[in-house]
Design a binder for this molecule. Structure first.
Ligand SMILES: *Cc1c(COP(=O)(O)O)cnc(C)c1O
Length: 361
């Protein structure tokens, strides 16, 4: 606490991101849902080319401000997802878009509701912008209660598939929530949709209250570049733009813009790495079940596991001693679960052998 802090700074409970060790190569790092594979080779080519090309690499372009509209990146998003420029918005990571979204559409008189177990950044944004936040209890500890969300008043923020539970809601449930909240903005955070969920992007023309947010951090292997985008009705997009241009006009840098465009347009590479993650996920889930773990079917690049005979905390500590980093949340209802990111096959084999040592001895 400092005497220089204002009441807002004193009052906030910042989001606690997953641990990022100083030397990630010393760890099996499967705690923050990063992609185990590098980005498309075209991403590296695009960055080198923006820096002046392999011959000169002068970096002269870095003298110049980037496109305030993240132009080539948003063009690629439109091409890939069949959208118009008036329907898309780019952000420095999807987290930034989420923040703009809370600033632009909700306030003291427009509360927001969200499942009790979800991405823990949502309540942080609500609190920093003084927005009443209602957490709707889960069914069976980990399932989103769509009926309860449909009848509550207020804007809605949902991750679909949900984190950290890995469970996806069918699009019919999203539609039901959108219909029940025609006069409220409904945000669907699709950070993991590429791993098994049904996207709501196709509903944005039908529902002017829908905003879909995506990130390139997970399925496009670009967590280090900080790129996300939103899709929605032009009026919602314009609201986000007004907020951005009152805050920081150039949120996406030149290298991120070209990297994002290259990643989005390399469909083959995207499909190939996604298939590898999905195959590893299914193999790992099966082996974990053989060790006695229980888990919901995952529609994400992680597994949300619990063991009937061992506490999640004990497993977490044992893994950490062995330089394997997974994620444990001290949240009511899910204290006995671990969230395990799908890494390479070798990383999963290491995890499985250490778990076997812990459980079987
Ligand atoms: C990872 C994640 C994000 C953050 O993505 P960035 O684009 O890296 O900011 C947003 N929402 C959920 C649910 C996530 O898991």
């Amino acid at each position: 606490m400092s005497r220089f802090w204002n009441d807002r700074t004193k009052g906030i409970q910042p989001y606690v991101p997953g641990e990022q060790p100083e030397d990630p190569s010393a760890w099996v790092k499967i705690n923050t849902n990063e992609n185990p594979y590098p980005p498309s080779p075209r991403v590296v080519e695009a960055i080198l080319s923006e820096m002046g090309g392999k011959q000169s690499l002068s970096g002269a372009n870095l003298r110049l401000y980037p496109s305030a509209e993240a132009a080539p990146f948003l063009d690629a998003v439109c091409e890939r997802y069949g959208l118009k420029r008036s329907q898309v918005f780019a952000g420095n990571g999807s987290d930034e878009i989420l923040a703009f979204r809370f600033m632009a559409f909700w306030d003291k008189n427009r509360p927001v509701i969200s499942p009790a177990v979800t991405y823990s950044f949502y309540p942080v944004y609500a609190s920093i912008f003084d927005i009443p936040y209602r957490a709707i209890p889960m069914k069976n500890d980990i399932e989103v209660d769509c009926d309860a969300i449909a009848v509550q008043k207020g804007g809605v923020v949902l991750a679909n598939p949900n984190a950290p539970t890995s469970i996806a809601l069918p699009l019919d449930d999203i539609r039901r929530i959108l219909e029940a909240h025609r006069d409220d903005v409904v945000l669907v955070d699709e950070a993991y949709v590429d791993y098994g969920g049904e996207s709501a992007i196709g509903l944005i023309t039908e529902f002017d209250n829908l905003l879909v947010v995506r990130t390139l951090s997970k399925s496009y292997s670009l967590a280090g570049m900080r790129i996300g985008f939103a899709a929605g009705n032009p009026e919602l997009i314009e609201g986000l733009r007004r907020m951005k241009d009152s805050f920081n006009s150039y949120t996406i840098d030149r290298l991120a813009i070209v990297a994002g465009a290259a990643a989005i347009l390399d469909r083959d590479y995207f499909d190939r790495t996604r298939e590898m993650v999905l195959a590893t996920r299914e193999r790992t889930a099966e082996k974990l079940r053989e060790l006695g773990f229980a888990m919901p079917a995952s529609s994400t690049n992680f597994l949300f596991v619990t063991h009937p005979e061992h506490s999640a905390k004990d497993i977490f500590s044992f893994l950490k001693e062995k330089k394997i980093l997974v994620r444990h949340f001290n949240t009511a209802g899910i204290e006995n679960y671990l969230r395990i990111t799908i890494g390479t096959d070798e990383e999963m084999d290491r995890l499985l052998s250490v778990l076997k040592e812990f459980i079987v001895g």
